[in-house]
Design a protein. Structure first.
Length: 167
């Protein structure tokens, strides 16, 4: 990914020097195949790069738009996630979590791709206090109150309910 390669040759010559980098590319260019992120979605990374004696530290924010369906009320969700990152790139990789510096360049593609994948929720919600749908009538409890009496109790669980009441 040519857009996400950053030349750090000058930084590596002077430990403690810094550089600010802002890069953008599409999800397809990054190789993100998750259907929640559209292939033409613009993924951006705003990074602050600081050199060390054996590499560079990259810190910043990765943003990516994604869409899904709320797990409680089935509403469409269109959100842009923002994740803070802080990672190490080393000339000679000694840290198992570090990325390599190759030919005086760092490639932010793997870092950005991993961050986008990690920020996608396993069980998305339209909002934290989503009330969901009524189990009886299917009304969206975020929009309206239904007149259902509550949750019907399955008689097969009565023995466990009696045990819970004893405790």
């Amino acid at each position: 990914m040519h857009k996400l390669r950053v030349n750090v040759a000058e930084l590596l010559r002077r430990p403690g020097s810094t550089k600010d980098v802002e890069v953008a590319c599409t999800a397809a260019e990054l190789g993100i195949t998750d259907p929640r992120v559209a292939g033409n979605a613009q993924v951006t990374a705003t990074m602050h790069v600081e050199s060390l004696s054996d590499g560079v530290v990259v810190a910043g924010v990765v943003s990516a738009p994604w869409h899904d369906t709320c797990r409680r009320c089935l509403a469409d969700i269109n959100v842009t996630s923002r994740a803070e990152v802080r990672d190490l790139f080393q000339i000679v990789v000694t840290d198992p979590d570090a990325f390599p510096v190759v030919g005086d360049q760092i490639d932010l593609a793997d870092l950005v791709r991993e961050t986008v994948h990690l920020e996608l929720p396993l069980a998305p919600l339209c909002r934290d206090d989503c009330a969901g749908l009524c189990a009886s009538c299917g009304a969206d409890r975020n929009v309206e109150q239904c007149s259902c009496e509550g949750v019907a109790v399955d008689p097969r669980w009565s023995a466990l309910d009696a045990l819970r009441d004893q405790l």
